[in-house]
Design a protein around this ligand. Structure first.
Ligand SMILES: Nc1ncnc2c1ncn2[C@@H]1O[C@H](COP(=O)(O)OP(=O)(O)OP(=O)(O)O)[C@@H](O)[C@H]1O
Length: 261
């Protein structure tokens, strides 16, 4: 993208973005046996289903993110933070409005796909390949990824299947693989909350480095401290709407006043 007249380079532009989920939910709930049975009885996939419910998760959000910025996303549970990130990553279609991005943003969520039956070691290789690193780059960075994750601090865990890891260990490994690469736009969804404090400090340091390498980082977190330590700008979402967009201190102060935390 071209530089604008302020000299800053935009990396993500969200223009009046609306995201709507469509959920088929009968009286028994979408996961129940009766709901499944009624879906089968209703027939083919393409048919319009009765009882389809809409969740308007993001409602007219607009902002521009620039290179070198670390932007925190805050808001109470269900306010639309993860949905907005998934739309920026191109994983969800917009109902209305547009998202423009410079390059392919990488979304790192605590649920990022990893193969639980494979060892941590194999997952580093697969995860690296999935993020577009070459085999050579993965070989070069392998040890620093493992060291950064701290997985081997208490024994040789990296050669064990990932299903034997605690949720914090899995999240740390995912973050370490993603952070080994320089990203144009890196989006982190709550990854920091699952690691212990020592790991959080290391990841915050890495986020600051990624920013220096001219990328843009988005961080969804319920930890105001993580946001304060890493972000210079904060977007506050509530009920899918952008309530505030401004410098970290200003927005967090208003958020803390409103929510009491
Ligand atoms: N897959 C889905 N199908 C239907 N509705 C969904 C789906 N995912 C999220 N929602 C709904 O969209 C709204 C926004 O959810 P989202 O996960 O984006 O919020 P969030 O701000 O990230 O919440 P949290 O802080 O709890 O992680 C909520 O009302 C939620 O119920």
């Amino acid at each position: 993208m071209a530089e604008n007249n302020t000299g800053r380079i935009p990396t993500v532009i969200a223009d009046d973005v609306h995201i709507v989920y469509r959920v088929s939910g009968g009286a028994g709930g979408k996961g129940s046996a009766t709901a499944a049975l009624s879906r089968i009885l209703r027939g083919k996939k393409g048919q319009k289903q009765r009882g389809m419910r809409e969740v308007h998760a993001v409602r007219g959000v607009s902002f521009t993110a620039y290179r070198g910025e670390a932007i925190g996303l805050i808001g109470t549970n269900g306010s639309g933070k993860s949905t907005l990130l998934r739309a920026i990553a191109g994983l969800l279609p917009t109902e209305r409005g547009h998202v423009y991005t410079d390059g392919q943003p990488s979304l790192l969520g605590v649920n990022a796909a990893m193969m639980n039956d494979l060892t941590g070691e194999r997952n580093v290789i697969l995860g690296g390949l999935a993020m577009g690193m070459s085999r050579e780059q993965i070989r070069e960075r392998y040890q620093s990824i493992v060291d950064f994750s701290g997985i081997n601090e208490k024994g040789d865990f990296i050669t064990l299947p990932m299903r034997t890891y605690s949720s914090g260990m899995g999240a740390r490994l995912r973050f370490s693989i993603a952070a080994a690469k320089d990203h144009d736009v890196l989006m982190i969804d709550e990854a920091l909350a699952t690691g212990d404090r020592k790991f959080q400090i290391r990841s915050e340091q890495r986020i600051r480095e990624l920013r220096k390498q001219a990328g843009t980082v988005f961080l969804v977190s319920h930890s105001n401290k993580s946001i304060r330590d890493t972000c210079d700008r904060v977007l506050w979402l509530e009920h899918g709407k952008l309530l505030m967009d401004g410098p970290t201190d200003e927005v967090l102060k208003a958020y803390e006043k409103e929510t009491g935390k």
